[in-house]
Write a protein that binds this ligand. Sequence first.
Ligand code: SF4
Ligand code: MG
Length: 272
Amino acid sequence: MTLKAKQYKSDTKPIWCPGCGHYGILNAITKAFAAAEIAPESVAVMSGIGCSSRLPAYVNSYGFHGVHGRALPMATGLKLARPDLSVVAVGGDGDGLSIGGNHFLHACRRNVDMVYILMDNQVYGMTKGQASPTSPAHWERGKLTPHGSGLSPFQPCALALAAGAGFIARGYGGDPNGLARMIYDGINYSGFAFVHVLSQCITFVPEQTDWKDKVHILDQPTACDDAVEAARRIHADDGFGKGVFYISERPCAAEAVGADSHPVQAREPLMV
Ligand code: SF4
Ligand code: MG
């Protein structure tokens, strides 16, 4: 079966702003699906609410655009009911870390076999520019926080590690090929794979166009399997390092309770 990335794009044209980072993530997802040779009818893309959560409509697969913060519980239920499907959950920083924050922690802990892509632009884009849980404390252009929120932003990869995720990576929307490799590796990982993606909101945080100059390869580009070392790497990074921080093998949820899990297909590394 030879599939091309464009076969995973639906006929629905994205309505994201020109220059939005989410286009690169959509490209990366379709490249990863094609490389993994998963038939479109064997994929389900699940989301909550927000600009990023429109993504399932743009993918030629099964999908569900749910309610705020609920991408992960829906994805969890779907994967447990249909272990034959490849399940990918997507959403933004507000959706995933504020409204859905508790679901994120427990999804990391439960280790159900899926990929979760956090499309982080450090702002609530769809509701027109409020500070989110990942906004810098002194970001002064938030509609409700003109003097900054004064709150320390979450570090999504550190949260994922503390909550027990076994695959933790960071990508960049402006590098769809590199991001496709991470998503592909996440698909191949047996368990909950967390991919944090820096994805610029050109409309409400235009200074994020600088990210193209700030993003860099991780100092240690080979993933480690030691949680203490992974924590050190995550905290030592400036928040713009891209690569896989941590891969640790532990039984995914189905295996942990002795149930059959969908066997992960061994695949060659993705070279794009
Ligand atoms: Fe993208 Fe921001 Fe426009 Fe939403 S408001 S589509 S996040 S650029
Ligand atoms: Mg956002």
